[in-house]
Write a protein that binds this ligand. Structure first.
Ligand SMILES: [Fe+2]
Ligand SMILES: [Fe+2]
Length: 266
């Protein structure tokens, strides 16, 4: 189910909790930034496209959208992209060159409706200026987050995600340990390369976020996080390199999971 809530007066969250059997729930978020030139940040999960459109329509007429920020091309971010482009000839996609290349393998983006951006570059849309940045962790080389200058809101793409058992609307409502453990686990699953990074180099990346001092952090996979949680979020990420690497269930464990699931259904 895709539901909505407000992250700020002019920002709507479209969210769903995706279950990972045996591990918990991954929140999957998209955002509508209202204003002179409304912006949709990511477009939901491919298999939930109908539900996503209903939720989107409950917060804005999709024909009013002027921009889509496509953080990267994973299936939990591109769900309604082709339909939105087909239905709304005015909407343009802000993304990276790599996103365009990857999308060309399945659902090519219209080349005359792109705005390509690289880390450090900015785009002004209506009353908002978005500066692109490469988050410290990511699972897709196309990934691009942004920092919105006037409101000092950070959108971090997959970075700062957490695997949770309950998903509140605000990360401030999570126990500190629950948030930390959920983030570390997500980091190990989603960005396993972090186990191989140089700690000092990684700390510099985290420092880049610290210097921005965001008032609000919006992640694709975390409840809305007020700025005062930034240190807590960065501290959890800093612990990922030394954390236990994730190893998925093998066939024996998978059979046991299936058995448990079928017993639960009986
Ligand atoms: Fe991703
Ligand atoms: Fe994602």
């Amino acid at each position: 189910m895709v539901s909505t809530y407000k992250a700020a007066a002019d920002i709507e969250v479209l969210t769903t909790n995706f279950p990972v059997p045996g591990f918990g729930l991954v929140p999957v978020n998209s955002y509508v930034f209202k204003g002179a030139e409304p912006l949709l940040v990511d477009t939901g999960i491919v298999v939930q496209s109908g539900e996503f459109m209903a939720a989107l329509r409950s917060v804005i007429d999709p024909a009013e959208l002027r921009w889509i920020w496509l953080s990267h091309t994973d299936f939990d971010h591109i769900g309604m992209l082709p339909q939105l482009l087909a239905e709304n000839p005015r909407v343009r996609v802000i993304t990276s060159f790599l996103s365009v290349g990857i999308m060309s393998l399945s659902s090519p983006l219209p080349l005359d409706r792109l705005y390509l951006i690289n880390p450090g570059q900015s785009i002004t849309i209506g009353d908002r200026t978005l500066t692109a940045f490469k988050p410290p962790v990511f699972d897709n080389p196309a990934t691009m987050g942004f920092f919105e200058q006037s409101s000092q809101i950070l959108f971090s793409a997959d970075c700062f995600g957490a695997l949770l058992s309950d998903v509140p609307q605000s990360a401030a409502d999570l126990e500190e340990k629950t948030l930390r453990d959920g983030q570390i686990f997500w980091g190990s699953v989603d960005s396993p390369w972090v186990h191989n990074v140089d700690n000092f180099a990684f700390a510099r990346q985290l420092d880049g976020i610290r210097k921005l001092s965001p008032k609000l952090i919006l992640s694709g996979h975390l409840p809305t996080a007020p700025g005062y949680l930034t240190e807590r979020l960065l501290s959890a990420l800093a612990a990922v390199p030394a954390a236990q690497p994730f190893v998925g269930p093998d066939q024996v464990q998978f059979q046991q999971m299936l058995q448990k699931m079928s017993e639960g259904q009986q």
